[in-house]
Write a protein that binds this ligand. Structure first.
Ligand SMILES: Nc1ncnc2c1ncn2[C@@H]1O[C@H](COP(=O)(O)OP(=O)(O)OP(=O)(O)O)[C@@H](O)[C@H]1O
Length: 281
């Protein structure tokens, strides 16, 4: 019964968002998610669906809560002292905020890539990718090697590093380090990968490589990306959500979410039009 009600509500949201057909399965559904830093409400009542094997981008001006919302999707927000979340986030059929959900296990299925490449600096390229697998107890050398190679291939880094797997990760360029971090996230075979401005510290060529990688990855993974770059959202995402704040000091809100083509060509709200045409933000 609850399942039926949920699917009716989802259909309504989709119609509002301009989605005429449900394109794939919903992987995550956020319902009225609010998040605080101490007493400061940073995002308010965010409701949206993340679709399987699609790229969803979040755009919006600085400070409107894009990263905060992203971090609620794998319970990283709560790692900060005083931070808390209200609302529900369904991953499959389970609310990830249920008391019996292990956040560490969740983060294996909903992985994260950060703004600045953050490889483990004392580890080799191989060990960076193998680290998460070893934590799951995998010790078999042949399987480890296979998984590391596959992950590096998926992250489009294998050809560049296959002869230097024992070198320290810090010997790589910034763009290569970011693809290494993507490979590290992929190694534990997550369902969803969250990316928080993954190219903002990179040059245009490295950025393009990561964008190409994201487009290939969506065949097997669901990707959610925060980006400041509207062209990037338009190039690589299937769905785009715009976050805005009404007035300084107000919490961020999901202002409009739609298939990317629609959001950029026929937005429903005037503020969306102003933002995407560069009139503010
Ligand atoms: N660690 C923190 N402690 C207290 N407040 C925070 C913290 N991180 C973010 N905030 C506040 O929460 C609000 C949303 O920030 P958030 O970083 O999610 O926005 P954003 O849209 O991702 O911004 P940007 O595009 O600049 O990264 C802002 O007002 C910010 O100041």
């Amino acid at each position: 019964m609850e399942e039926q009600a949920r699917s009716r509500t989802m259909s309504l949201w989709h119609r509002e968002a301009g989605v005429t057909e449900e394109p794939t399965q919903a992987v995550m559904v956020a319902e009225k998610v609010s998040a605080w830093y101490g007493s400061r409400l940073a995002i308010k009542d965010v409701t949206l669906t993340i679709w399987k094997h699609r790229v969803t981008a979040f755009i919006g001006p600085s400070g409107c809560g894009k990263s905060t919302f992203l971090r609620t999707l794998n319970r990283m927000h709560e790692l900060l002292p005083g931070a808390r979340v209200e609302g529900r986030i369904l991953f499959g059929d389970q609310d990830i905020y249920d008391p019996d959900v292990d956040p560490v296990a969740l983060r294996r299925r909903v992985g994260m890539v950060f703004q600045r490449p953050n490889p483990f600096p004392t580890m080799s390229i191989f060990d960076n990718v193998a680290a998460g697998l070893r934590l799951t107890g995998l010790r078999n050398r042949a399987i480890l090697e296979e998984r590391v190679e596959n992950s590096l291939r998926q992250a489009a880094l294998w050809e560049e590093v296959k002869d230097s797997l024992r070198k320290p990760a810090t010997a790589l360029s910034g763009g290569q380090q970011q693809r290494l971090c993507i490979a590290r996230a992929l190694a534990v075979e997550p369902d969803v990968i969250l990316m928080d401005e993954p190219t903002s510290s990179l040059d245009p060529i490295s950025t393009q490589k990561i964008e190409d990688t994201i487009t290939e990855l969506k065949e097997h993974y669901t990707i959610v990306i925060v980006t400041h770059n509207l062209q990037q959202a338009a190039r690589i995402s299937d769905y785009t959500g715009l976050f805005l704040i009404r007035r300084q000091g107000d919490p961020g809100e999901l202002w409009e979410m739609a298939p990317t083509e629609k959001l950029f060509s026929m937005p429903s709200r005037p503020e969306t039009e102003s933002y995407i045409t560069g009139r503010f933000g």
